[in-house]
Design a protein around this ligand. Structure first.
Ligand code: IMP
Length: 431
């Protein structure tokens, strides 16, 4: 019996949604344990594309229970939109499919306002956030003035928390950012009226998960963003405001770390990044443009074009270390078809030294110059290949090169956006 954690090994957008969707039929429960509506997990079923922001991608399978854990910051308005969309598309027909931790924190309107105003004020030095209020919501959680989902169930407590917060936030918004203040009565009425849409989902998800573990249920933990966006271990300050690494799966869902068995790192066959910050293998030429177009590299949440570059081994080696990865899944291999030569970064030249593992420090990574190995490309269309043996030789060599240098087995390879465009060598729940 294994529980599986799916983790991004780069800067997010590695294709985690598709891998979670592929693994879900074997899982009883799928859990989101950090982040919020900054995430955009894309799943294509038939010709229909669904983008999930807060609800675990497992919701597309009718018998799977989906948990939004305590580590998440939740935008209620967006959640209701997502629920309605799913229901319209004939998903999520059974209300018991979704459970929301009462300890998850609410993203409030002032969080979004502060996030956007702060970025505007920073100008060129901005982080490039998604503007969803993620940072300010986590700040309030840590400074112990955040509003939890369960606070919605107590009118008096909720009202007093909104009043108390707005006293401070309005002052900040008006006098520091020159923004309009928010009316506490409006905010309270809006949230109380939205409460009806989610009250039935609020529960103690930690004890639900522990009971499930005792009954040998299989749990899939769906990470959001990527290792290099982790607030502690990423390219700080160009990171998100949560811990995105595997250990957070335990903290953000209220279970012990010994219940996490397989740590599956998802790596795109090249590298992308949205927002600001260092990116050693970034391509600023027509090749980068080609990857962006062919790979559809535009943000699932904000639509922003993603920066594109070659696969970066030191970066994924670093992700393997900080997550304790046990296996890898490689996505979007099909996008590389048609290239004569494919470069792969094997190390960095930095201050006269060769680094084999990325050091994502703000004073080091921008100085790193990639050292490349050149692999043979291939022309074949991979999108209908379902077995490793049928891949063209250079594609097999490319995968083996990555396996060898990261010292982890690649057990899943994605060769297209659709559900069935996948090569599975080993199933993580069977390990
Ligand atoms: P925030 O999470 O909105 O505060 O944004 C902080 C940084 O994380 C920015 O560079 C965003 O572009 C990036 N980011 C946040 N969520 C995602 C994601 O789901 N995929 C890729 N990048 C993300």
């Amino acid at each position: 019996m294994s529980n599986v954690v799916v983790i991004g090994t780069q800067w997010g957008d590695e294709g985690k949604g598709k891998i979670v969707d592929f693994l879900t039929p074997q899982a009883d429960i799928v859990v989101r344990f950090q982040g919020g509506p900054n995430a955009g997990h894309t799943v294509v079923v038939g010709d229909k594309k669904t983008i999930l922001h807060q609800i675990p991608s497992g919701i597309l399978h009718p018998t799977t229970r989906c948990v939004i854990g305590n580590g998440v910051v939740l935008d209620l308005e967006q959640l209701l939109v997502e629920i309605n969309e799913l229901k319209k598309q004939c998903y999520f027909q059974n209300e018991s499919a979704l459970l929301i931790s009462g300890n998850a924190h609410l993203i409030m309107p002032y969080h979004k306002q502060i996030d956007v105003a702060r970025e505007r004020r920073k100008g060129n030095a901005k982080i490039g956030t998604t503007g969803r209020g993620i940072g300010p919501a986590y700040e309030d959680k840590v400074s112990r003035c955040g509003i939890r989902v369960s606070d919605l169930l107590d009118d008096a407590l909720f009202k007093s928390k909104v009043h108390e917060n707005l006293e401070e936030k309005n002052c900040y918004l008006q006098h520091f950012f020159n923004e309009s203040p928010l009316d506490p009565t409006d905010v309270i009425e809006r949230y109380i009226s939205m409460r009806e849409g989610i009250v039935q989902f609020i529960t103690d998800t930690s004890s639900f998960l522990i009971d499930a573990i005792r009954s040998n249920k299989k749990i899939l933990f769906e990470g959001a963003q990527g290792a290099l966006l982790d607030v502690d271990h990423g390219t700080y300050p160009f990171v998100t405001s949560s811990n995105t690494v595997a250990a957070q799966a335990a903290i953000g869902s209220g279970i012990g770390p010994h219940h996490l068995h397989v740590i599956l790192g998802i790596a795109k066959a090249y590298t992308t990044r949205v927002g600001s910050g260092p990116f050693p293998t970034e391509l600023h030429d027509t090749l980068g443009e080609m990857l962006r177009k062919k790979g559809g590299e535009f943000g699932a949440t904000t639509g922003r074009p993603r920066r594109c570059g070659w696969f970066d081994i030191p970066l994924v080696r670093y992700a393997a270390r900080i997550n304790g990865l046990t296996h890898l899944a490689l996505t979007k291999l099909d996008v590389l078809s048609g290239l004569k030569k494919i470069k792969i970064c094997v190390g960095y030249r930095c201050k006269g030294e060769i680094l084999e593992v990325a050091t994502p420090h703000a004073t080091v990574l921008p100085l790193c110059e990639p050292v490349y190995h050149e692999c043979e490309g291939w022309d074949d269309d991979l999108s209908n290949i379902s077995s490793f043996d049928d891949l063209p030789e250079p594609a097999k060599e490319y995968i083996k090169f990555i396996e060898h240098h990261i010292e982890l087995p690649v057990i899943i390879i994605s060769v297209g956006v659709k559900r069935n465009q996948i090569i599975s060598l080993q199933h993580p729940f069977a390990l």
